[in-house]
Design a protein. Structure first.
Length: 634
């Protein structure tokens, strides 16, 4: 560690000598790790703006993510969905990316995926997506990519109300107030959402209150934010082919399953300008999640998370040269207590990291490089077990501006994923007891990428292709002996294409995602990874008149896929499916009204199906449904 600290110190010292140069402040994304100007050199970064979100009129955050190139969503029910990026196994795909809220990780220490349903869509300013390995920037689990959800900031006095409703008992009421002046500003949001759901016992009700307060001094900015959410939901479970034939797609075999959750978080961020070019930032967040649910057995759990980040940020922008350096340390502590009818446990996890990340441009050449060292400490008090482990990540990019509007780059990246707490402590079918799975290794992913980016006036074309070799990728063990989780070597070949045209009247967007993801472990004969579609197409066509009328058509297509847990491709593939949505709107300066048809052609499909050796288990997706609403801003 001493040599690492020396290297970091030298990098900081190198940057300090440039303080005399002037610097234009830029919009930053991914929690200030990337500036808006640096995104121009990245074909694998996608930013979905507030205007893009308004065109979709989504009901939940998952509806937004479903439209983004390179991202797929597999849903069990209205409460639980897997967000998958980069061709990772669908069963564990949601554990191979990092999801952030305002630059702070909300990824959980266990196998439960972040609950994005607690974030009201109307409080979102933009969604930032990074495709491919990125552990240097985002830490453990950023093997498939990263998503940062950015909420609105209080810039201008306003008051907004929105109400919409639709099929399956859906309703949503949202209110937002903003006050701002030169010295301080605040925003407060309140959201109430409910829906009976497409299936029996699939109801979902959620209430959220959040706020942010900022105070500005000459060199210091202080921001405090908080969020509280309360939810009640049903868990309809899976259906067999016989269930669907006898009772229909809406049936539930688990009418008593469901739960009540509440979550709260508090954040404090301090940013101090050391000079015109540099600043130091302290960012902290404390979260608590309480769940009480019935799924086979009654379970109560409480997760407490504390995250602290301290980093130094330096930006330099000259005529033919620019540089952006960030050096930081991170600390995260998770405490998870679970009690069920069968057992109880107490788990503690600590994650420490130190990193640097630097981007530069010299005339027509641009590049980036970085390094992260992470250390993990697990204490499983209930089982009197503990384990320490560490891992490193590094990345390097070199690119060239062919013209002002055309760029090409090559990239190498090494990222990693630590096993989750419940992958480390699991039930052994040999010892018939909960044990520490010492044989489960940390997953390491090496990525080799080339990309091209062209932006000219209203047109754009972004292309990237990469090969990712995953050593010891963490899978569910298909035999469950001796443990429920194991490591397989895999290989992924991914091609991303995103192109479009957008002016004041016409909107045309098209993305194509190709994934060849295979298991290279001995005995699996390059079997294709389950729950991954080889071909995905997403497209949008829209027309807006000067009078304020607009019509938009959205389509997304997923090719056939192997069902979950079918690691040797034994069973038949599930058919591919195409989903179309149509939206009509009328928008003026201070108000808008809209009408939308989801699943226009009434496709009966399943985004998630698994098989554990006794037949397929299906999770039916909603059929054609409707929604309409109005939004007014004062």
């Amino acid at each position: 560690m001493n040599r690492k600290i020396v290297v970091l110190f030298l990098l900081i010292s190198f940057s300090i000598v440039n303080f005399v140069f002037a610097n234009d402040k830029k919009i930053v994304i991914f929690g200030e790790k990337i500036t808006e100007s640096e995104v121009e050199n990245k074909a694998n970064v996608i930013v979905i703006t507030k205007e893009d979100i308004d065109k979709i009129n989504p009901q939940t955050v998952y509806d937004i993510l479903e439209t983004i190139p390179g991202v797929s969503v597999k849903s069990y029910d209205l409460k639980h969905s897997l967000v998958i990026m980069g061709g990772f196994d669908g069963e564990k795909g949601g554990l191979n990316n990092v999801i952030m809220l305002n630059g702070r990780r909300i990824t959980n220490p266990d196998m439960s995926t972040p609950d994005l349903s607690l974030i009201p869509v109307d409080m979102i300013e933009r969604v930032e997506v990074y495709l491919g390995g990125g552990s240097v920037l985002f830490g453990d689990r950023a093997t498939g990519g990263a998503i940062n959800i950015v909420t609105k900031k209080p810039y201008k006095n306003s008051f907004t109300v929105k109400a919409d409703g639709g099929s399956y008992g859906y309703y949503n009421i949202y209110a937002e107030g903003v006050f701002a002046n030169e010295r301080y500003s605040f925003i407060i949001n309140a959201d109430k959402l409910g829906m009976e759901g497409y299936r029996d016992n699939s109801e979902f009700y959620s209430g959220t209150v959040s706020g942010q307060f900022s105070y500005y001094l000459d060199k210091l900015e202080i921001t405090f934010d908080t969020l509280y959410n309360d939810q009640r939901y049903g868990l309809p479970g899976s259906l067999t082919e016989s269930d669907i034939a006898n009772y229909g797609r809406k049936h539930s075999n688990t009418p008593l399953d469901g739960g009540d959750d509440y979550s709260k978080s508090f954040g404090l961020k301090l940013s101090y300008d050391l000079s015109e070019n540099s600043k130091i930032v302290f960012d902290s967040n404390i979260r608590q999640r309480n769940r009480s649910y019935y799924l086979y057995v009654k379970t109560n759990d409480e997760l407490k998370t504390k995250i602290y980040q301290l980093y130094y940020d330096f930006k330099l922008n000259k005529k033919n040269y620019s540089n952006h350096l960030q050096v930081g340390v991170e600390y995260e502590k998770d405490n998870l207590e679970t009690e069920s009818t069968w057992s109880s446990s107490k788990l503690d996890r600590k994650r420490k990291a130190v990193y640097f990340y630097d981007t530069f441009s010299i005339s027509k050449i641009f590049g980036e490089y970085g390094y992260r060292y992470s250390k993990l400490n697990d204490d499983y008090d209930t089982y009197d077990k503990s384990k320490d482990t560490s891992e490193k990540a590094y990345t390097g990019v070199i690119g060239y501006n062919i013209t002002k509007n055309h760029k090409i780059y090559i990239k190498y990246d090494r990222s990693f994923r630590f096993p989750t707490t419940d992958e480390m402590i699991e039930y052994s079918f040999v010892q018939y007891d909960y044990v520490l799975n010492d044989s489960l290794d940390t997953q390491v992913d090496k990525t080799y990428e080339i990309g091209f980016k062209s932006d000219y006036k209203k047109y754009f074309v972004h292309l990237s292709v990469y090969k990712q070799v995953s050593n010891s990728e963490i899978f569910t063990n298909p035999t469950y002996v001796p443990y429920a989780n194991t490591n397989f070597d895999t290989e992924k070949k991914v091609f991303n294409m995103n192109t479009g045209y957008d002016d004041n009247n016409i909107l045309l967007m098209l993305s194509y995602n190709y994934i060849d993801s295979v298991i290279t472990e001995d005995g699996y004969d390059d079997s294709f990874v389950p729950l991954v579609s080889k071909h995905t197409i997403k497209a949008t066509a829209g027309y807006r008149t000067k009078a304020g009328f607009g019509v938009y058509y959205f389509v997304r297509y997923y090719s056939d896929y192997y069902v979950g847990n079918d690691y040797k491709n034994t069973y038949d593939k599930m058919d591919g499916y195409a989903i179309s949505d149509l939206k009509l709107e009328y928008k003026k300066k201070n108000y808008e009204i809209y009408f939308k048809v989801n699943n226009l052609f009434n496709e009966q499909y399943y985004s998630y199906v698994n098989n554990y050796g006794y037949g397929n288990n299906y999770y039916p997706a909603p059929e054609r449904n409707y929604m309409a609403g109005v939004k007014v801003k004062f």
